[in-house]
Design a protein around this ligand. Structure first.
Ligand code: NAD
Ligand code: UD1
Length: 316
């Protein structure tokens, strides 16, 4: 039994990481400022210690890290458009927050820190699938902030011998991804539209592609990255390895519902990457990782969860 700190553990991916750790019998502490996360995301889990606070505050980070074996650092403002509208606040959470957690992890001598980076760091590249040795080309403050986080992790590994791993997630989806926020992932937004029989919005021509990954796969890859021997100091894609266009996604999800809506097409989003697909060779080799839940099964589970929700907010 080990003790894990999950920063951002009240959020979408974080709550699934906590769920898996609790089911394994590990001890779990969460630090979260509840900016996009929700206390209720952890209600079903026994024994999770919740510290409410900002990880960018050194005292909060230090208190949260004290006494843990592993840190899974997920706390961030994850939206690309939000980082363009308000780069300062996303820099605070995504860069200062990461540095603050690293300093605390080094001070307390944790066994390993795993950081949720993003495929956004690749930007637009003609070569697919994207592999970790390709040049990076951030197209948004969010992407640059994630790349900065990765570089800080590597620096702490080189300078201080702190074991760090950056896992690059692609487009993660699943239950508890907030369908009530305009900044949320596209699948949760589409799911809510279909359930309410409202037309989803597609930015651009809908032919942009994404490597949509059900959340259980990234939980598995992330927890493997905490303990896999050859992973320290590395950057590793953790995703499914396929790609689907927004138009195909729309049709697939509509086919799962009784909805007859058609999408509203509007201008492409500034800072949007055109195509995204990850190469998982390194994750297979270093983490013995393989995705176990594929797109359609994940979409069914997400739609089922969404149908059970009562939405108290104005539709987005
Ligand atoms: P989320 O918004 O549900 O989770 C982020 C959590 O961090 C929230 O609970 C939020 O309250 C918390 N948080 C934000 N700023 C904080 C701060 N300063 N101090 C403490 N807590 C803070 O988003 P998510 O989709 O679960 O993303 C989790 C991580 O995975 C993020 O780092 C994100 O950048 C990364 N990621 C997500 C995706 C995706 O497709 N969802 C893809 C690539 C990377
Ligand atoms: C997402 C993640 C980001 C992560 C990145 C990795 C969220 C909110 N963002 O960014 O944290 O680092 O993947 O690849 O989880 N779209 C529509 N209609 C909508 C919403 C979106 O057409 O209503 C389009 C967007 O223009 C984009 C695609 O769908 O082309 C995906 O958008 P989104 O789900 O916001 O994710 P990313 O910006 O790819």
């Amino acid at each position: 039994m080990a003790t894990y700190l999950v920063t951002g553990g009240a959020g979408f991916i974080g709550s699934h990481v906590c769920e898996e750790l609790v089911s394994r019998g590990d001890r779990v502490r969460v630090v979260d400022d509840l900016s996009t996360g929700r206390r209720e995301n952890l209600d079903h889990l026994e024994g999770v210690e919740l510290i409410i606070g900002d990880v960018a505050d050194p005292k909060t980070a230090d208190g949260a890290v004290a006494g843990v074996d592993y840190v899974v650092h997920l706390a961030a403002i994850p939206s690309v458009p939000r980082s363009i509208e308000d780069p300062l606040s996303s820099n605070h959470a995504n860069v200062t927050g990461t540095l603050s957690v690293l300093v605390a992890a080094q001070r307390h001598g944790v066994k390993r820190l795993v950081f949720a980076s993003s495929s956004a760091v690749y930007g637009d590249s003609a070569l697919l699938p994207k592999h970790e040795d390709m040049p990076t080309q951030p197209l948004s403050p969010y992407a640059l902030q994630k790349l900065t986080g990765e570089r800080y992790l590597r620096l702490f590994y080189d300078l201080h011998g702190l074991e760090t791993v950056s896992v690059r997630y692609f487009n993660v989806f699943g239950p508890r991804q907030d369908p009530a926020s305009a900044y949320s992932g596209v699948i949760s937004l589409f799911a809510r539209c279909f359930i309410e029989n409202r037309p989803p919005t597609i930015y651009g021509d809908g032919e942009q592609t994404r490597d949509f990954t059900y959340v259980r796969n990234v939980v598995d890859g992330t927890l493997r990255a905490c303990v896999s021997p050859g992973a320290a100091g590395r950057v590793i894609n953790v995703t499914c390895g396929g790609r689907v266009s927004l138009n195909v996604l729309f049709n697939t999800m509509r086919g799962m519902t009784a909805s007859t809506v058609t999408p509203n097409y509007t201008d492409a989003r500034v800072g949007d990457v055109r195509d995204s697909q990850g190469d998982i060779t390194r994750a297979q080799a270093l983490l013995q990782y393989a995705p176990t839940v594929l797109l359609e099964e994940g979409l069914e589970a997400t739609m089922a969860w969404c149908r059970d929700q009562t939405f108290h907010t104005t539709p987005v």
